[in-house]
Design a protein. Structure first.
Length: 140
């Protein structure tokens, strides 16, 4: 098994519904270590850079409007096979179809208001971590 770091973000819908502690506790109970944690509000510019791979898609503007609508909680998690394991834990993107027991299956309302984001690869995790966190904000 390989120890990895991944980026996880609790989205504005989950923050406003008071789900931050519940979501973080699931990752901690699974054995992940929190290496960085902060709450902030995306600017439009940062949101567009964060979701650059979706630029030009029909849902891009709705996604940007949603992610800038309120505060998010961002974190760097570390653990064995973190990227894959966290993606399994959060469930598929469309919360209406996500498996019960997954974070999205238990809390997401639809495909946009799906409570949480997690990096889909090590390369993406590195890009997202570096975009959101300064090196001195990550604890080794």
């Amino acid at each position: 098994m390989t120890v990895e770091r991944t980026y996880v973000m609790i989205k504005p819908d989950a923050v406003s519904r008071g789900l931050v502690g519940e979501i973080i506790s699931r990752f901690e109970r699974k054995g992940f270590k929190i290496k960085a944690l902060k709450m902030f509000k995306f600017t439009r510019e940062l949101a567009e850079e964060f979701y650059a791979e979706h630029k030009g898609k029909h849902f891009f503007n709705d996604l940007i409007e949603f992610i800038t609508s309120g505060p998010v909680v961002a974190m760097v998690l570390e653990g064995e096979n973190a990227v894959e394991t966290v993606r399994i834990m959060i469930g598929i993107t469309d919360g209406r179809r996500a498996s019960p027991g997954s974070i999205r299956g238990d809390y997401a309302l639809d495909i946009t208001k799906n409570v949480v984001h997690a990096s889909d690869s090590l390369k993406t995790a590195e890009r997202e971590i570096n975009l959101i966190f300064k090196p001195n904000e990550i604890v080794d």
